[in-house]
Design a protein around this ligand. Structure first.
Ligand SMILES: *Cc1c(COP(=O)(O)O)cnc(C)c1O
Length: 411
């Protein structure tokens, strides 16, 4: 079986068919056409509830819109999380349109344009300052807007989150102000017409190791405490980042949330004891939505080339770059792929064959799954790429080869 039990367990499977949000996946594909992204709202809410149960109540949960900016999903999120993290004017507008108040939004990202700074200041969002010049420009934008910017310094830490899908920190980076420079930049901030509220540290992404996340979080709390002396009003806000990963590939084990949460209980209590009232934020993207999304496409052709079976589908890398392995994977590995009308059964070796699932694009990069075990499929059959709720459509080159865009639905 090419998909782990841990991943399959999340799904409702009836008589070998995959169901999503109370409807058979095949029925959804019939109704809405393929290719189709389906996001299961209940699965998202369940994930948030489980997090809330585990995490300290003082820790605000933010959704990083970058992971999936589909408006109905962002609107659903708005009613279940405490705030959102945005990284562009477009994302800021989405968060505001979804009903999030400016005070519950933080805005990270290098290269913020004047227009973005001004809109953020108007809305009262917390700006994560990524460079000394950005600090100056934020202060100037505040003067033009007649409103004091609310700012946090984003720190590029000297440590890094080990074994992360994507590292941020530990070396030179366009993100954040180097830890070594932070005291000097904080001294400058105190002199400027800005409200200096706190710190933001984002150490990495897609991490499945509780031990490594704990190590990074400990380092972040220690760093925050050390830098807190540079805040004349005290440290009022601390965004500790996130980086919680989800299993994608063969051998991936789901993150042990309880271990990470236990440590956070200790560190949050300690920080509040030492520094007094400080608003704490955990920002998660993929962990909230990644497992709740499925990408459905339909087989157009089945061909055998020199012994290899190819299923050519109407979906591909132009709509799901991550599954094709071209979104930051060092070694290409397969996303979990299934036939939604012939779901693998537990402990039962289904009659299967080894196939490659490709898209319609004229490039060898257009590969959705390479050499996976699937039940026999023919043109007309559906293929589903699981774990596709984050960094799917919005992280894909949809215009490449000029095919029509896929639909997205929230069920
Ligand atoms: C991308 C990003 C996130 C979200 O990362 P996930 O891996 O989706 O949780 C959060 N914060 C910042 C600053 C980011 O750049």
């Amino acid at each position: 079986m090419s998909v782990s039990e841990q991943i399959l367990q999340q799904y409702r499977i009836v008589d070998g068919s995959l169901w999503l949000g109370g409807t058979r996946a095949a029925e959804l594909a019939q109704r809405h056409g393929t290719p189709l992204y389906v996001y299961d709202g209940e699965a998202v809410v369940r994930r948030i509830d489980r997090l809330r149960d585990a995490l300290p109540a003082e820790l605000a949960l933010h959704y990083a819109i970058k992971a999936n900016p589909m408006l109905p999903l962002v609107q659903l999120m708005a009613t279940h999380v405490d705030g959102m993290d945005v990284a562009s004017l477009g994302e800021l507008r989405l968060a505001l349109a979804a009903g999030v108040t400016g005070a519950d939004i933080s805005f990270a990202g290098p290269g913020k344009r004047d227009e973005e700074l001004e809109a953020a200041i108007q809305a009262g969002v917390i700006l994560s300052i990524e460079s000394p010049l950005q600090l100056q420009r934020a202060a100037e934008a505040g003067e033009r807007s007649g409103k004091r910017p609310r700012i946090a310094l984003r720190i590029n830490p000297a440590f890094r989150l080990k074994a992360s899908g994507m590292h941020m920190g530990g070396g030179p980076a366009p993100f954040g102000i180097d830890e070594e420079m932070a005291p000097e930049v904080l001294r400058q901030a105190v002199q400027l017409p800005v409200d200096l509220l706190g710190l933001h540290v984002y150490a990495g992404s897609q991490n499945l190791s509780a031990a490594h996340l704990i190590e990074a979080q400990d380092a972040i709390f220690t760093l925050a405490e050390r830098l807190s002396v540079h805040f004349p009003q005290g440290l009022a806000w601390l965004n500790i980042g996130g980086g919680f990963g989800i299993p994608y590939f063969a051998g991936d084990q789901a993150l042990s949330l309880s271990e990470v949460a236990d440590n956070l209980h200790k560190r949050v209590a300690q920080l509040n004891q030492r520094l007094g009232q400080c608003e704490l934020v955990l920002e998660l993207g993929r962990y909230l939505v990644g497992e709740a999304g499925v990408y459905l496409c339909r087989v157009i052709d089945r061909k055998i080339s020199r012994g290899r079976v190819y299923l050519v589908t109407d979906g591909g890398m132009h709509q799901h770059l991550a599954a094709s392995g071209n979104l930051g994977q060092v070694i290409r590995r397969n996303f979990p792929v299934v036939l939604p009308e012939r779901m693998p059964k537990q402990g039962e070796p289904s009659s299967s064959e080894t196939v490659s699932v490709v898209g319609p694009l004229c490039t060898p990069l257009d590969l959705l799954a390479d050499g996976v075990e699937l039940a026999h499929a023919e043109p007309g059959d559906l293929v589903a790429v699981l774990q596709s709720g984050a960094y799917g459509l919005s992280a894909s080159p949809v215009n490449f080869l000029s095919h029509p865009p896929p639909r997205e639905i929230l069920v």
